[in-house]
Write a protein that binds this ligand. Sequence first.
Ligand code: SAH
Length: 475
Amino acid sequence: MKKVMQKNDMVRLQIEDIGVGGEGIGKIDGYTLFVKDTVIGDVIEAKVIKAKKSYGYAKLINILTPSEYRVKPRCPYARQCGGCQIQEMSYEKQLAFKEAKVRGNLTRIGEVPEELLDRVMDPIIGMEQPFEYRNKAQFPIRADREGNPAAGFYAGRTHSMIPNTDCALGVPVNKQILEEILSFMREYRIPAYDEEKHAGLIRHVLIRYGFKTKEIMVCLVINGNCLPHSKALAERLTEIRGMESITVNINKEKTNVIMGPQIRPIWGQTYITDYIGDIKYQISPLSFYQVNPVQTEKLYGLALDYAGLTGQETVWDMYCGIGTISLFLAQKAKQVYGVEIVPQAIEDARNNAKLNGISNAEFYAGKAEEVLPGYYREYEKKHPGERVNADVIVVDPPRKGCDEILLRTMADMRPDRIVYVSCDSATLARDVKFLRKNGYELERARAVDQFPQTVSVETVCLLSNRKLKPDTYIK
Ligand code: SAH
């Protein structure tokens, strides 16, 4: 019989895997325990703190034999901070873990045969420098214990702040900017925001950095209409090379949402410019933009490669956001149609197309699972029996994956290729299973590490219409 643990039991176990929240996973006689602050390979002693029927949670008491993959974390706050989860595991092992996770989901949930995966899966694309990769940082500003303004981060899943201006995932200039702001606040007695009292002025500092252009944007989120002595602040910040944009964002709500709707300029432009590949973007404090530009370029390069474009194709880019993938593809396609649910993002996408002189990309605001089926029905009515205009369909859905109505429509439209970009390999696997049952075969798959030191992993899959190459697939 399976052993059932009880609260306060002391146990010894080996960590074998990492869970969705970064916690280590080990088993004792089939009973699963989740233990924070451990890495794959650790042999540990732990105390059960919560016991359910088939699984429980335990607290690390002692590392008996440290894993060979254990490394000293670069950031002294790696354990407390909610930002990184697996900084104590070597980067090589992080990559192996992520690849195994994608593979595991594709076989277990997606029911993709092992021998097919052996053939189609390429090695994960990691980073050469898996730190300092984020082009965007948002630091809360609060009073520290002595009442002085401090910048930092929230301890995992809480709102108590730990002062730290030196996040290992952000660019080094963040520290310099934050320290200028904090010294300005001290000198001019500008109060930090107090969440409980909903008082004080400066709530957050948003910093964006263009990796290609080296342009810097600073936006102070304030609980008020204006920032006193803003000229003095601008004088200090503009000493920093690359400063292009200093703004305030007004957020007077009692809310966890960081940004309010309104931006006011203090100095310079209200946006910075950056590039992904050859495509130029104007990024304002409120716009969505991929946070790891180095890996994004690789991710989209892979999507482009899988799309196999020759210049003749009509491509649909579902869940297109600000049109990043669409514009990347438009350079090699005849026509691209992008679909996205957020109207503001569609506006940005259209502006980005204009900014780059791209005229073969059109964007529609709406739900992917409504816009594409609607287009298909109309097309069928007007051109009965003809194949619909869609050679390649790209999807890049949020974590929950694609709506089944969308998958059904894609299968009915019969594009030559479907390129699936995914941030959650479990829902990817579910959707791959659907597509494999409905006329498509998995032809290539590759994980990309967009967020080193965290558990998340992106995956790109190419699925091809079985009719095109009927003999090459495993039945
Ligand atoms: N491809 C884009 C963004 C992908 S993120 C890029 O690379 O930048 C997923 C996007 O899907 C988000 O922009 C989100 O707003 C959008 N979205 C969420 N649900 C949607 C739906 N049902 N239909 C269309 N878009 C949706």
